[in-house]
Design a protein around this ligand. Structure first.
Ligand code: SF4
Length: 426
């Protein structure tokens, strides 16, 4: 059979393609598919879909923001008589919506049910829903990296996965609901075997918190130390409480950690930082990353109910003073399946159910600490201020251990922020 896997992208996609990270879920799905079947992967940020080509199945993975495009693609293939199947975070949260646009929906992870899907497809007897339980990852498949296309671009990062699941269940995040609360690890020897097949030097660990299990992280970093790779990943800020592990991460090739700070307001810190109690402690934590040569890519959210107009200046001042290398500033986005979505819906504060607007930079709910215009204006101001040349220069010296990474990420972010096409809107 001929199978096409697609990672869709909205038509007006404006993200910086050079910073786009390839998906790993589709190469994993390809690895799960018996080898006699022919597989193609299309990543829409770069590739064009050939709707005239004949396939036996088109599988589409989608998040909330890409769901309308996924539905459009699915409909176009079905009009040509080709069966489609949808999976990913959005169809898992809203399977009854997704099934209107496809033959079949995979709810949850596909590992334990994909062979059944393939057999049913061969019998021309696809079910409407396939529900995957949380699979153990101790016998996981090696992703089909041969299907990941090499792209011309500034930053090439090969995606790697070690762990799924997160115990924190933050109210704005769907990871715990999708992957479960108990972290599941791949055996380290399998992760290392997978990494050893990667030709490039630079990796990105897609795990939501690579240091969630300290023992696992320690063993992984010890192995990585001798592989000569450079890598970036996500970590909870409390890794700084374990100085030896932080140093080991650096020695193993870690250049940068993506760290969720979420908010620098007093209520935000109390809510999301159980281990760090104040801005001063978070600032000290930022310094500890820099002391071992690890750049911090911080993530913060605007629009929590306790935010007022002072949050923008307070946040930017904190980020520049802490010499954060780069930042992902986003608007609170109530993804279906999260507690925040349920609460805002109950309160009648969801302004739009156009999922394409759920991209972290458009406002889709009614804020209460300020008006919508004040929130959008402050958000845009904060992005521009952080990406200004005085800010980039001021933060450079503390981050000079990785000058190419620092400069390319900051100039890329500045280009994106100042691009008129990307004006923030409702
Ligand atoms: S935001 Fe991070 S820590 Fe919180 S639930 Fe999501 S993945 Fe876990």
């Amino acid at each position: 059979m001929k199978i096409l896997f697609i990672s869709p992208c909205p038509k007006d996609e404006h993200r910086h393609k050079n910073l786009h990270i390839p998906q790993l879920s589709l190469p994993i799905l390809a690895g799960l598919t018996p080898p006699e079947h022919e597989i193609e992967i299309v990543e829409e940020p770069w590739d064009k879909i050939n709707f005239d080509k004949k396939y036996d199945l088109v599988g589409i993975t989608t998040m909330t923001a890409t769901a309308p495009r996924a539905y459009e693609i699915s409909t176009m293939f079905r009009e040509r008589g080709i069966k489609t199947i949808l999976g990913g975070i959005h169809p898992t949260a809203l399977p009854d919506e997704s099934i209107k646009y496809t033959d079949s929906v995979v709810i949850g992870e596909a590992e334990n049910i994909w062979d059944i899907v393939i057999k049913d497809l061969q019998k021309n007897d696809l079910r409407k829903f396939y529900k995957g339980e949380f699979p153990l990852l101790n016998n996981s498949v090696i992703p089909r990296r041969d299907l990941i296309k090499r792209r011309a671009g500034v930053i090439k990062l090969a995606p790697v996965e070690t762990t799924r699941g997160c115990p924190y269940n933050c109210d704005f995040c769907s990871v715990t609901k999708f992957f479960g609360a108990h972290p599941r690890h791949k055996p380290i020897k399998e992760v290392i075997k997978d990494i050893s097949t990667i030709k490039g030097k630079n990796l990105i660990f897609l795990d939501d918190n690579i240091t969630g299990s300290k023992q696992y992280a320690r063993e992984l970093f010890k192995e990585l130390k001798y592989m000569g790779k450079k890598w970036v990943g996500q970590s909870a800020i409390n890794i700084v409480k374990d100085k030896e592990l932080l140093k080991l991460a650096s020695e193993s090739g870690c250049c940068s950690f993506f760290v969720g700070i979420e908010s620098v307001s007093v209520k935000g810190i109390n809510r999301y930082h159980k281990n760090l109690k104040s801005k001063k402690e978070i600032k000290e934590a930022m310094k500890m990353f820099l002391d071992v040569g690890i750049l911090v890519y911080a993530s913060l959210i605007f629009g929590f109910d306790n935010d007022d107009q002072s949050i923008f200046e307070e946040t930017v001042e904190f980020l520049i003073e802490s010499r954060v290398a780069s930042v992902q500033l986003v608007l609170l986005t109530p993804y279906p399946g999260t507690k925040i979505f349920d609460n805002l819906q109950k309160e009648g504060r969801i302004l739009s159910y156009d999922w394409s607007k759920y991209d972290n930079v458009k406002l889709v709910f009614e804020p209460i600490g300020m008006t919508a215009d004040q929130l959008l204006g402050g958000f845009h101001w904060a992005r521009c201020k952080f990406d200004s040349f005085p800010s980039i220069i001021k933060r450079f010296w503390a981050n000079k251990r990785h000058p190419i990474l620092y400069t390319s990420v900051n100039l890329g972010s500045r280009y994106h922020t100042h691009n008129k096409k990307n004006a923030y809107k409702r």
